[in-house]
Structures are given as C-alpha cells and as structure tokens.
Design a protein around this ligand. Structure first.
Ligand code: CO8
Length: 257
C-alpha cells in the first residue's frame, strides 16, 4: 500500500485518505494505490460505508500536471484506461460512499468526488473541471458523470469554461448534497453514512447496483435489472430478518447482521 493513499477503519466506516501535500495532486502512484484501496474497502466485512477525504486543506487539485506534461500520445493510450479504472473502482464499491470535500476538488479530484454516491463540501470549497485550460478534457469519467449529475447544459458550461464552482452554486445545481463549515466536513460526511453501519447490507448493495446500472441502460433493461436484484434479495438474511421483524415487532425494529 502507498503512503499517499491510506484506508483507515473506525466504527464500521472506511476512510480513504489521500495524503500528498500541498494539493493532493493525483500522480500515477496514487492512481494505482487508489484502485487497490477501493478493492479492499469493497471486500472488507468490517467496512459498511466509505468516506473519501483529502484532509483539512484540500480534497485534490487534479491529476499531477507536472507528471502528465511530458507524456506522449502513446504513453496516454496505455495510461488512460488506468485513469478511468481509478474512478470506476470507487464507483463500484458496493457500499454507500461520500466525498468529504475541503478546499479544491478540481479535474481528477472532482471526478473522484463524482464517483461517490454523495458529496459533502466546505462552505469555502471550489469544484471544477479545468482540464480545458490545459488543452485537454476530463479523462476520469468527468464528462459522463458530471452530465448525469447536473444535466448536459450545466456540465457543458463547467467543462467548456473550466471555471471553478463555489459551494453555494454546487449545492444549487446538485453537484454537492450538503455544505457545512470547513471544520465540520469530515464529521458531517461520516454522519451522512453512519446510518448504514449495521443496516441491511445486501439490500443496500442491491439498491446501489440497481440505480447505478439502471442509469447506464434503457428503462426496460433497468427494470429487468431491478426485477432480478429484487427477487435475489429473497435468498438473503436481510429479507428474512427485515420481514420477520416487521411481522413480529412492527416497522423499523429489525437488527441486521
Ligand atoms: N498537479 C501538479 N501540481 C499541482 C497541481 C496539479 N494538479 N495543482 C497544484 N499543484 C502544485 C503547484 O504547482 C504548486 O507547486 P509549487 O509550490 O512547487 O510551485 C503547489 O501545488 C501549490 O499550488 P499553487 O501555488 O498554484 O496554489 P494556489 O493556492 O495559488 O492555487 C489551485 C491552487 C487553484 C489548486 C491551483 O494550483 C491550480 O489551479 N491547480 C491546477 C488545477 C488543475 O488544472 N487541475 C486539473 C488537472 S488535469 C486533470 O485532472 C486531468 C484529469 C484526467 C484524469 C485524472 C485522474 C487522476
């Protein structure tokens, strides 16, 4: 595991901590390590939910531009699939995930936040996809996930201009879900996902998969994905526990394994 990306586990919540001062520029070492850490967070039974955090000052100011500056087309043909794997590994964690955004979430940093289920940000945070100003476009899912989240017109405004979006605008357009004082970002993000610790993890996993896979396909295919996952839950303890508890004790009393 790289010292630049750590997985810290406390009270059922795994924190993926990016730690490369001053700006958490996402170099190739971080990209590789991040994939590994996401896989570990996905698999570990003692992790029910995940927070991605870059520390008190900055979430991540994007890919390491100094590292990328000398890369050729052929270098990038090989490297560009890692760029997408990196955020895909996060998006595919079958557990609730939240980005705790302080300072800047730019370029690849914003794309990491976009690959989470939710984003909590500091009132002085800035988000954006400034790649256009470097003569490139977002390459870790930004053109796709941003457009799905805020709609194509807003995504085009943000990606074509490369401008920074402040916390209030980000909240208004649905780019972030909560804005809190900077000092409270990490605790607010933990609080948002803490409710899933000790919950019906197979049902949450199925719900996430149905929504995320459904967004990638037409409605009929999405409904079929939902139907199969719904039926599949009848083979799990979550369904057995949840329904038995309802019948015996009433709603909302179930304790899941
Ligand atoms: N890469 C490398 N170094 C960086 C980066 C970066 N993305 N961002 C900041 N730094 C470095 C600066 O060069 C500076 O280094 P030094 O002290 O050696 O001069 C140090 O961090 C501090 O930065 P600043 O002095 O610029 O600090 P400011 O507070 O004035 O500004 C900003 C902070 C606004 C964050 C500014 O540094 C900035 O605009 N950074 C670049 C943001 C950017 O363009 N991001 C997009 C990068 S491209 C990208 O992400 C492509 C996505 C493709 C997939 C990515 C997968 C990981």
């Amino acid at each position: 595991m790289s010292a630049l990306v750590r997985l810290e586990v406390e009270a059922g919540i795994g924190t993926i901590r990016i730690d490369r001062p001053p700006m958490n520029a996402l170099n190739a070492e971080i990209q590789h390590a991040f994939v590994e850490v996401c896989r570990e967070a996905a698999e570990r039974a003692d992790i029910a939910a995940v927070v991605v955090y870059g520390g008190e000052k900055v979430f991540a100011a994007g890919a390491d531009v100094k590292e990328m500056a000398t890369m050729s087309y052929t270098d990038m043909v090989e490297h560009s699939s890692l760029l997408q794997d990196f955020t895909r590994a996060l998006a595919r964690i079958p557990k609730p995930t939240v980005a705790a955004v302080t300072g800047y979430a730019l370029g690849g940093g914003c794309e990491v936040a976009l690959a989470c289920d939710w984003r909590v940000c500091a009132d002085d945070a800035r988000l954006g996809q400034p790649e256009i100003l470097l003569g490139i476009i977002p390459g870790a899912g930004g053109t796709q996930r941003l457009a799905r989240l805020v709609g194509p017109a807003k995504a085009k405004d943000i990606v074509f201009s490369g401008r920074f979006v402040d916390a209030q605008e980000a909240l208004a357009i649905g780019l972030v879900d909560r804005v809190v004082p900077a000092a409270d970002v990490y605790s607010a993000a933990r609080e948002l996902v803490a409710r899933y610790v000790g919950g019906p993890r197979f049902a949450v996993r199925a719900a996430k998969e149905a929504i995320d896979r459904g967004l990638e396909v037409d409605l009929e295919t999405g409904l079929e994905i939902e139907r199969q996952l719904f039926a599949g839950l009848f083979a799990t303890k979550d369904q057995e526990t949840g329904m038995r508890s309802f019948v015996e004790q009433g709603p909302g009393k179930a304790t899941f394994e």
